[in-house]
Design a protein around this ligand. Structure first.
Ligand SMILES: [Cu+2]
Length: 172
């Protein structure tokens, strides 16, 4: 009973708002239309302001984010130790122990279909990931600063056993 009354009240409020909006549009439309030149000028002014605003926002966003581009990391990986990773349905072939505080580059490829190579830190957060593709090697530069057990999970559906495809390694 009480719920029905509430629904009725809500309906009446929404209907009143809708009717008011329709009346506003009808009355507004009945006014004498503005000349096209007035509308044009206002439109161009808004467009110029908008363009300026977008340019300023884009310039600020570029300046703030460009230092975070990963290119310096790639340069730091020159001379790093390479770790070969081969994904296959449904396992990862890779070393079981890796060094801490040493620049590494994972050379990731696949024996069969596309897989994901996702490294999870000891606290369970996704640390880094790259795609494992057949006949192609993706290079993933990484330096571990936290010791512990890292779990590797496939992050791309690769077949019936995908959900059970995982591996891992210890960083010491
Ligand atoms: Cu998979």
């Amino acid at each position: 009973m009480g719920d029905g009354l509430l629904v009725l009240k809500i309906f009446l409020v929404v209907a009143a708002i809708a009717i008011a909006a329709m009346l506003f549009v009808a009355l507004y439309g009945a006014k004498k239309p503005l000349p096209q030149s007035v509308v044009n000028d206002a439109g161009y002014r808004i467009r110029k302001l908008w363009l300026g605003l977008v340019l300023v926002v884009a310039a600020i966003a570029f300046a703030l984010t460009v230092p975070f581009f990963p290119y310096p990391w790639a340069r730091a990986s020159v001379g790093a130790r390479h770790v070969r990773v081969t994904a296959a349905q449904y396992a990862f072939v890779m070393p079981s122990v890796l060094p801490v505080d040493v620049p590494l580059v994972f050379d990731v490829t696949s024996q069969d279909v596309n897989h994901g190579f996702g490294i999870y830190a000891p606290d369970g957060t996704l640390f880094a990931q790259v795609q494992a593709m057949p006949d192609y090697i993706n290079h993933l530069p990484i330096e571990f600063h936290v010791k512990g057990h890292y779990v590797v999970r496939c992050l791309e559906f690769c077949g019936i056993g995908h959900a059970y495809m995982h591996g891992g390694f210890d960083v010491r």
